[in-house]
Design a protein around this ligand. Structure first.
Ligand SMILES: NC(=O)c1ccc[n+]([C@@H]2O[C@H](COP(=O)([O-])OP(=O)(O)OC[C@H]3O[C@@H](n4cnc5c(N)ncnc54)[C@H](O)[C@@H]3O)[C@@H](O)[C@H]2O)c1
Length: 416
């Protein structure tokens, strides 16, 4: 069980933004909500569907393209993937004409030139900032998979893209399933309303079995082959962000959501003992300190078997909020709340985000509020990762100032 169950000089330059403009995790994006006539919203003329191009035609991309079609308000019209076999398999399944299937590292740019109304970005995380930014610059709505980025510069780019989208009356939505789940939403609202008193400490965890095992074959066959390296992106620190950013973000997103804050510092440790390929860790332990000396312990692992959980608990003076992605969501204490089990959150969360994306486009809601909270939890994972790599304390301010970039080895890969 896992939320992510899946079995040279060649790369484009990522858009950059100035540090001074960046307010990491500071609440929601500036509001810009306006009701506009449906016919004036690009791609939402009466009786027409919003056309979507997909970047990253792998497991999740192909699956989520089916959910866009199932919604009824979207039409998948184009696809871009580095690999021809991937985009063709997707194209056959979704009936995308061959002339609108694009390959190579820059295939998404060609896809944007073909002018869909929106793009869904489901490529490996390192590519997310540049592809989402290109979408906004091309004047299309953007639906973006988590994690939004692998490093601080990438997070800045995403925050800026969302801001630009708002100014350009475009929708920019990040797909965190938990944030749309009714039990989670109600429980978090109650906690933020004071139902568990003052939160003193908490814990978050993401424990599961081996992930990305299938990709190991490419590295074992020939790790010097650039295309093998790309096919094995989930095992590559820079392409994926490592497990704490790529996968464990689901747990840390809930922690930062409940607390509505980002940590001020962290220290930690990580390692790899259960996996024989790649340079990602397979366990992380981090102790975060939030404002008011509120401490959250975090643990994750991607090996072995026995217990699978994506959980978050916060302990307040009057009660405890206890959440599990595939289990119960509740509050126990003075003001209990029995939210009950989540219901197929993996799929329903994505469907809710797709529906909300459609509503935003057709109703002209360009507030793009999911971006800032997603950047905040993304940066929280980067803080924990940095501390764990160094086995030392790292402060939020120090991390932001250092502005470290991760650079994957893309040498030898084709642009188009
Ligand atoms: N619960 C969730 O929200 C959830 C679950 C699974 C995956 N994800 C995210 O979705 C993304 C894709 O994951 P996946 O499981 O489908 O992986 P995947 O490997 O099955 O698919 C990724 C695809 O991207 C392609 N690709 C590589 N470089 C590219 C580029 N430059 N441009 C376009 N495409 C490129 C790959 O060839 C591959 O087909 C990741 O960011 C992952 O973190 C989110």
């Amino acid at each position: 069980m896992t939320t992510d169950n899946r079995g040279s000089e060649t790369v484009g330059v990522r858009a950059r933004i100035g540090r001074r403009e960046f307010i990491a995790g500071a609440g929601v994006a500036a509001m810009s909500f306006s009701i506009v006539k449906p016919e004036s919203v690009r791609g939402s003329q009466a009786n027409s569907k919003i056309t979507v191009g997909l970047s990253g035609c792998g497991t999740r991309g192909t699956w989520i393209a089916g959910l866009f079609m199932k919604h009824g308000g979207f039409q998948i019209v184009a696809g871009a993937d580095y690999f021809e076999d991937k985009v063709n398999a997707f194209g056959e399944k979704l009936q995308v004409e061959t002339g609108r299937r694009y390959t190579g590292l820059s295939g998404y740019k060609k896809m944007l030139e073909s002018k869909p109304d929106a793009i869904a970005v489901e490529s490996p995380p390192w590519f997310h900032p540049e592809q989402a930014a290109a979408g906004v610059d091309a004047g299309v709505h953007v639906f973006l998979a988590k994690p939004v980025a692998v490093d601080v510069p990438g997070c800045r780019t995403v925050e800026e893209s969302a801001r630009k989208a708002t100014a350009a009356k475009l929708c920019f939505r990040v797909d965190f399933q938990t944030r749309m789940e009714p039990n989670y939403r109600e429980a978090v609202t109650r906690v933020q309303g004071g139902d568990i008193g003052t939160i003193i400490s908490g814990e978050a965890l993401y424990v599961c079995g081996p992930t990305w095992g299938g990709q190991g074959q490419f590295l074992r066959a020939d790790p010097t082959n650039p295309e093998n390296r790309l096919r094995a992106w989930g095992l590559d620190r820079a392409l994926s962000g490592d497990i704490i950013t790529e996968q464990n973000i689901h747990a840390l997103d809930v922690a930062t959501w409940i607390l509505d804050a980002h940590p001020v510092r962290a220290y930690g440790a990580c390692g790899r003992k259960g996996r024989d390929v790649g340079d990602c860790g397979d366990y992380f332990s981090v102790i975060y300190t939030f404002p008011d000396d509120l401490v959250v312990t975090f643990h994750s692992k991607q090996y072995g078997r026995g217990v699978d959980d994506i959980g978050c608990r916060m302990y307040g003076t009057d009660g405890t909020i206890d959440t599990h992605y595939f289990g119960e969501v509740s509050i126990k204490g003075k003001a209990p709340y029995d939210g009950g089990r989540t219901d197929n959150i993996y799929q329903k969360g994505a469907e809710r985000n797709i529906a909300a994306f459609h509503d935003s486009i057709t109703q002209g809601d360009f507030s793009n509020a999911t971006a800032a909270s997603s950047v905040r939890s993304n940066l929280t994972t980067i803080l924990g990762r940095t501390a764990a790599y160094r086995r030392a304390e790292v402060t939020w301010d120090g991390m932001m100032k250092a502005d470290e970039r991760m650079e994957p080895n893309l040498s030898g890969l084709k642009e188009l």
